[in-house]
Design a protein. Sequence first.
Length: 221
Amino acid sequence: MDKEIIIQITSGRGPAECCWVVSQTLKTILDEAVKTKISAEVIERNVGNEPGTLVSALIKMNGKGAEKFVSSWIGTVQWIGQSPYRKFHKRKNWFIGINRIDRNNMVQWNDKEIIYQTLRSSGPGGQHVNKTESAVRAIHVPSGIQVTASDSRSQLQNKKLAIERLHNKIKQWQIAEILKKEQTEWQQHNTLKRGNPVRVFSGREFAAVVLNLICFIVLIV
């Protein structure tokens, strides 16, 4: 099975122009992934303040050639162009970062770290529901995250629902922590990274600078 890779595109909490570059970069990566037959799925979008902009995005990728594809994008992306939002703004160089997420830092699901508690349901269902401990609370001990399910009169069914909800909540929390950490690091170090962008684009059409496009073609051949 091909190894799954997760990358993050981040504006580093930059201005709206950088958020626009994030959204354009995401589109470009997805288009190139299709052309090179690499599976790419957006698993998280952090929407910016301006329409069509993104503060950050997470992409899950796998398939033959995914490693080379990802390597060609990791680093700084530069866009050269007039601000779409500030007509008289003099700055014409905008930078964003693309990072590979270290899967070792992600919380791994372990059934032994989950505690289950039963409790009386306070939801709909009449007296029968209120008199029996059919509701289930699931607690993930390492993070302290917990959820409760009381949708059904069946304790077993509620346990299944609680597990599903807990898994999703942990995933959302984990992604939020990763985004916060990576964006903070990018914001702190972006000045040093700006001098050597891995990709350069220009204009509102977000066209790749010829030299960078040639380098990418050589890389994937």
